[in-house]
Design a protein around this ligand. Structure first.
Ligand code: RB5
Length: 163
C-alpha cells in the first residue's frame, strides 16, 4: 500500500518509528515533517497529506502531532478525508470497520510507541463493514452540500434504520 506518514515537531520519534514499521512490512511510505529540533505547524502537514489521500496519490495517511487533535481537525477539512483520532486498539480497528477511515491520527505525546504501532496495524488490517456505507454516504452528502454553500441542516440524512 502507498501511504504518507507525517508529524509535526511533537512526534518526530514516533513518526520515524511508524515509517520504519510500515516499510518493514513492505509498504511504500512517504515521510513528511521536520527533523528533530525543527518546528512545523500541523495544519500544513495535515492539509498536504489530506490532499494526497483525497486525490488518490496515496491510499492512506498517518498523521501524528502531540495529541492527534490538531491533525484530525485539520485533515477533516479536506473533502474526501475521513480522519480518525484513535487511542487504543478498539478505536483503531473500529475506525476501519465502521468509518473506513483513510487517515489515522495519533497523539505522539500520549501513546507509547508499541501501542501506536499496534494501532496502525489494527487500522490497516481491519476490513470495512459494508453495512456502514450509508453513513459514509451521509458524510459525503454533507461535503457536497457545504461545497455548494448550503446549510447541511436543510436536508438531513434520514436515520430510521437500525444500527
Ligand atoms: C504542538 O505543540 C501541539 O500543539 C500539536 O502537536 C498538537 O498537539 C495539536 O493538536
Amino acid at each position: 500500500m502507498r501511504l504518507t506518514v507525517a508529524s509535526d515537531h511533537a512526534a518526530v520519534e514516533l513518526r520515524q518509528a511508524v515509517v520504519s514499521h510500515l516499510r518493514a512490512q513492505g509498504h511504500t511510505v512517504e515521510e513528511r515533517g521536520p527533523s528533530s529540533g525543527a518546528s512545523a505547524d500541523y495544519p500544513d502537514l495535515a492539509g498536504a497529506v489530506g490532499c494526497q489521500v483525497a486525490s488518490g496519490e496515496v491510499e492512506r495517511g498517518v498523521l501524528i502531532c502531540g495529541t492527534g487533535i490538531g491533525m484530525s481537525i485539520a485533515a477533516n477539512k479536506v473533502p474526501g478525508v475521513r480522519a480518525a483520532l484513535v487511542h487504543d486498539l478498539t478505536t483503531a480497528s473500529l475506525a476501519a470497520q465502521h468509518n473506513d477511515a483513510n487517515v489515522l491520527c495519533l497523539g505522539g505525546r500520549l501513546l507509547a510507541s508499541p501501542l501506536a504501532l499496534a494501532c496502525v496495524d489494527a487500522w490497516l488490517t481491519t476490513p470495512f463493514e459494508a453495512r456502514h456505507q450509508r453513513r459514509l454516504d451521509g458524510i459525503s452528502a454533507i461535503e457536497r452540500q457545504v461545497q455548494r454553500g448550503l446549510d447541511p441542516q436543510v436536508t438531513p440524512t434520514p436515520s430510521s434504520h437500525p444500527a
